[in-house]
Ligand binder design. Sequence first.
Ligand SMILES: [Zn+2]
Length: 192
Amino acid sequence: MQDACHSSSAVETAVDLANTLMPIKGEDALETIEQLRHFLDDHPLAGPGEPPSSAADRRLTDADLAEVRALRETVRGVLERAGTDAVGAAALLNDGLRGAHATPALRHDHDRWWIEVTSDTDRRAAHLAATTLSALASVIATLGPTRLGVCSGPRCRATYVDLSRNGSKQYCTRTCAHRASVAAYRSRHGRR
Ligand SMILES: [Zn+2]
């Protein structure tokens, strides 16, 4: 894991955000403010050593929901396109960072230096955009655009980021990989 270059929790946040929409199943886990609050509580936007922002003072509005849903489109677009159209994905990513007024800052904590990208606005979606899009940018810059992808499972369009050493991920989860190998076995043996 190349943790020095990107924060794996921010990468996870990006993937989890994209996967709140499951296009094939038609499931959307980000339709209400309550769902947005849960998502933000589960994915605190804090750098190493910083306390997560307090959930109690979080007043979310319909505008926050709409903005985060729009961000999800961008994040999903980047994850879906990077492997086949890296230039297009980069343009989408850069637009998103620009729109969020994302600004890098050098931080230091416990003998460790890292670059934190935050937004200079007070919009929650913009902070989420700065964190998630900069994390994806960092993966692309260090490991390459093909590390971002969409699950090859026949009935799955979940996205993933492959941070493994050999970078051979094709499925979002082991469950999906297993399901695909069972389906392949059955089709080879003429069963359904
Ligand atoms: Zn899958």
